[in-house]
Design a protein around this ligand. Structure first.
Ligand code: HEM
Length: 528
């Protein structure tokens, strides 16, 4: 009998609802441990108790080192069969995009980045937007953020960046001075900081925000020809909304889970959020005509010059049945691509690609890909065997179960026929440790500053001044010089804001000192 047909008032059904332990033994007393007399002591053979409590003791797995706080939902992606007004097959042979109306199941996890699993969802932070497409060719993960750019372009800097942003190792408090200490020595972060401290740093919720793959990928067609692509999710009917700092604080005072609640409730009542997937396409070369490198994730690709082309839409229409099994154990990675999609030489992307599956083998376990949320919905047949928590053997129907290696003539797995010509880029250069030549760290930060609406610029300045006012003068001076190089007005306003904040803090400080002195003097008079 299926669980949803059980009638708890029916005696026969009650048998189906009997509590058992994990060995299948019915539990007749779930209230009292076994003791010698009803005042104890307890005995060690309390199997049910020991199993129950020791499973409970292991209920938590390590939280994600970043993006720990999240919410997720299931849905589908529906292809348009075209990219803008061209057939998508011109650029990629990835099957999920080819046919108009073709649906691919998806699971999406949204997240905040810096703080832990139970932190408020109102904090100023990028938002994660990770999508798993369960395609007929296996899984594709598009692991993106709401903002279209990133703080750094070299993955070697990632652990330092995260350490500077996370709570202090001594006080366990997040400290803007540490954060800006790192940023003021990282000029390429100026553009991302400009977005983050504007209202774009606090999306109203997970439904009303954009998504972006951030990194540059490649699309590969049947002939093995490649183009560079960037992916973008544009919210459809629900629109886009960001919050002022004061609005976020008001929400946070009442609810630290407003974004999880908003997503869950919208889906539960049938108001399904939708996004359109757009790509920007560039030929696969260095593009010397641009004043930035197309492999640099700190840069936007100007959408007037490099248009957004629509390739399909995504609808999220089902809440998870269990948060831990699906959302917490979900494992996304930038290495998870399908035929027709490829990596570019974007260094950050290549660095990320090692990190995800590495952390997941530790966080979830060696066999994390056997869990239903992570397993492809297409057939899986590998010669991987064993390891902790093996749930099944990856075996093809008809495969000789003794043959767990390849090649073999005894009925083992065979290599697949190539589905198109392989993309084979040519490399001829020295092995070096150097940054890219076209860094242009401030130009686009200035463009973004000028494109903001007035209220967004006002919020940006106020938020930056608020965070920077407690920082050492050297950090303030570096940041002002970065903002000035982006746009003189930007630098001037932050500088004036900080000067004003200093006057106010000095005033408060001297008022407090004066009050303290008066108190001491009065106390002295009384004791005299
Ligand atoms: C999560 C590493 C840059 C988006 C993670 C996790 C790691 C990581 C270790 C935890 C994964 C897990 O426990 O399952 C890195 C490294 C980066 C980098 C080393 C740069 C070198 C980025 C960038 C983006 C991004 C540029 C945005 C495009 C995400 C998202 C998640 C995540 C959305 C959460 C995935 C989920 O919901 O499970 N990252 N990351 N990361 N990262 Fe990155």
């Amino acid at each position: 009998m299926s669980k949803d047909k059980i009638d708890p008032t029916n005696v026969e059904d009650q048998t189906n609802m009997t509590l058992t332990n994990r060995q299948g033994h019915p539990i007749s007393d779930n209230q009292n441990i076994r003791t010698i007399g009803n005042r104890g002591p307890s005995t060690l053979e309390n199997y049910h108790y020991i199993e129950k409590i020791s499973h409970f003791d292991r209920e938590r797995i390590p939280e994600r080192v970043v993006h720990a706080r999240g919410a997720g939902a299931h849905g589908y992606f529906e292809a348009y069969g075209t990219v803008g007004d061209e057939p998508v097959s011109t650029y990629t042979r990835a099957k999920l995009f080819q046919e108009k109306g073709k649906r691919t199941p998806v699971f999406v996890r949204f997240s905040t980045v810096v703080h832990g699993t139970y932190s408020p969802e109102t904090l100023r932070d990028p938002r994660g937007f990770a999508t798993k497409f369960y395609t007929e060719d296996g899984n594709w993960d598009l692991v993106g953020n709401n903002l279209k750019i990133f703080f750094i372009r070299d993955p070697l800097k990632f652990p330092d960046m995260v350490h500077a942003f996370k709570p202090d190792p001594v006080t366990n408090l997040q400290n803007p001075e540490k954060m800006f200490d790192f940023v003021s020595n990282t000029p390429e972060a100026t553009h991302m900081i400009t977005f983050l401290f504007s209202p774009w740093g606090i999306p109203a919720n997970y439904r009303q925000m954009q998504g972006s793959g951030v990194n540059t990928y490649k699309w590969v067609n049947q002939n093995g020809d490649a183009v560079l692509v960037k992916y973008h999710w544009e919210p459809l009917k629900q629109g886009m909304k960001n919050l002022k700092q004061s609005e976020a604080e008001a929400i946070q005072g009442k609810n630290i889970s407003h974004a999880t609640q908003d997503l869950y409730e919208a889906i539960a009542k049938g108001d399904y959020p939708e996004w359109e997937l757009c790509v920007q396409i560039l030929s696969d070369d260095e593009h010397p005509e641009l004043d930035f490198d197309p492999l640099d994730p700190t840069k936007l690709w100007d959408h007037e010059r490099i248009p957004f082309r629509k390739v399909g839409k995504m609808v999220l229409d089902r809440n998870p049945d269990n948060y831990f099994a699906e959302v917490e154990q979900a494992a996304f990675g930038t290495g998870v691509l399908v035929d027709g999609l490829d990596f570019s030489d974007d260094k950050l992307l290549q660095g990320r690609t090692f990190s995800y599956s590495d952390t997941q083998r530790y966080r979830v376990g060696t066999n994390y890909l056997q869990l239903p949320i992570n397993a492809p919905k297409s057939p899986v047949a590998t010669n991987q065997r064993d390891g902790q928590m093996t749930l099944m053997v990856d075996k093809a129907p008809g495969q000789n179960p003794h043959v767990n290696y390849e090649p073999s003539s005894l009925g083992g797995l065979q290599e697949a026929a190539p589905s198109g010509k392989e993309h084979q880029p040519m490399y001829h250069d020295r092995l070096v440790r150097e940054k890219i030549s076209r860094t242009n760290d401030f130009g686009q930060a200035g463009d973004t500053y000028r494109k903001f609406e007035d209220w967004e610029r006002d919020e940006l300045i106020a938020n930056l001044v608020d965070a920077l006012k407690i920082c050492k003068p050297v950090i303030q001076a570096n940041m002002i010089s970065y903002f000035e190089q982006a746009d003189p007005d930007y630098g001037r306003r932050v500088s004036e804001g900080l000067a004003q904040a200093k006057i106010e803090m000095d005033h408060l400080g001297s008022a407090a000192a004066k009050a303290g002195a008066e108190l001491a003097e009065n106390a002295g008079q009384r004791t005299d």
